[in-house]
Design a protein around this ligand. Structure first.
Ligand code: AMP
Ligand code: MG
Length: 332
């Protein structure tokens, strides 16, 4: 048997996965950078990725029960992301590619979040992609994944993490805010900010910090943050569904692990009569399985780079920069 090796390193997570030629995920290993205090410092994260790389790789091969010589191609998430992190992942991927004499498929991280949703049964969804650095409402139309709405400033996860950092909760802040929110009950007046299908968070961030400084309970701040910000995301998603006429909503990204966001999305889908899909947490947060899964499809469509000198990172590549050749070729 031959296999695809997926590698993820766009931000805080270094991951390696093994996917077989039918798209079955045989392993999905990861090690994520965390801190008790402060945030994510790109050069520190790079150091983290370098340190954990060989161990995560061995673990992925062992869990899948394969020998590295059976790897036929490497799928690398080279875009978008933090340059130092991407560079580390690329160095790692090239090292293995040289050793095994295999090519590299370059995978867009955001699109991988979308395509892994097929595993849940979604076929042509609107994706609410809510992660650390990215917040986009994406759907496929005429050969590309189009961005219907997005954040005008920071990603929703980074926004939550930044507030969590301000209040000394550590990184990542999302799960801690979710827990605190369960004990909140007062809905504070935050500046709900949505324009068309675009959202912005910086005004809410400033307001939250002011309220925190003036002594408002952190539980109520966490609760209000979730209610207001998630309502914005659900409203933008609903508009995209109405605009595209699609019948499915799919969640992606680490923030989508949040049970309250999931609940609000489920309610909107039920009210609109569209189907709701949400992958397991393992595939919501950054992971290498989705990179291997999409990499396989791209590889089958001939999208592989054999000249490793031509392999590079694209930290700012946008979802709609990518021509979706594999989908057209498989469907046509
Ligand atoms: P990703 O970049 O997709 O791996 O997602 C990471 C982001 O998801 C970080 O900003 C986390 O704070 C956030 N996150 C993870 N779990 C939760 C949660 N339960 N609620 C809200 N945000 C979360
Ligand atoms: Mg992500």
């Amino acid at each position: 048997m031959r296999y695809v090796l997926g590698i993820e390193s766009t931000a805080h997570t270094f991951g390696v996965a093994v996917v077989d030629m039918d798209g079955k995920i045989l392993s999905n290993e990861k090690d994520s950078y965390t801190t008790e205090k402060g945030g994510m410092i790109p050069m520190e994260v790079r150091k983290h990725h370098k340190e954990v790389g060989p161990r995560v790789y061995d673990l992925a091969l062992n869990t899948a029960g394969i020998n590295e010589k059976e790897v036929e191609v490497i799928a690398l998430s080279n875009a978008p992301g933090l340059a130092p992190c991407l560079l580390e992942g690329m160095a790692f991927a090239k090292g293995i590619a040289r050793k095994l004499e295999v090519g590299i498929v370059l995978v867009n991280h955001c699109i991988a979040h979308l395509e892994i949703g097929e595993g849940t049964g979604a076929s042509d969804p609107v994706l609410l992609y809510a992660s650390g650095a990215n917040t986009q409402i994406i759907s496929y139309e005429s050969g590309k994944y189009r961005v219907f709405g997005e954040t005008l400033d920071v990603g929703v996860g980074n926004f939550i993490d930044s507030f969590a950092r301000y209040t000394g909760l550590g990184f990542p802040g999302g799960p801690k805010i979710e827990k605190l929110a369960q004990d909140g009950n007062e809905l504070l007046d935050l500046s709900y900010s949505i324009k068309g299908m675009d959202v912005s968070f910086s005004g809410i961030g400033t307001k939250l910090k002011q309220l925190y400084d003036s002594g408002v309970r952190i539980e109520d701040l966490a609760y209000s943050l979730q209610e207001v910000v998630f309502a914005m995301l659900v409203e933008a998603s609903e508009r995209a569904i109405a605009h595209t006429g699609k019948r499915e909503l799919l969640l992606g990204g680490g923030v989508a692990c949040n049970k309250r966001l999931q609940e609000m999305c489920r309610i909107m889908c039920r009210d609109r009569g569209v189907k709701y899909f949400c992958p397991d947490n393992e595939y919501l947060i950054d992971n290498a399985a989705m990179i291997g899964y999409l990499g396989l499809k791209m590889y089958k469509s001939g999208l592989v780079e054999k000249d490793l000198d031509k392999v590079d990172i694209s930290p700012r590549e946008r979802t709609d920069d990518v021509v979706v050749k594999w989908k057209r070729m498989l469907n046509d």
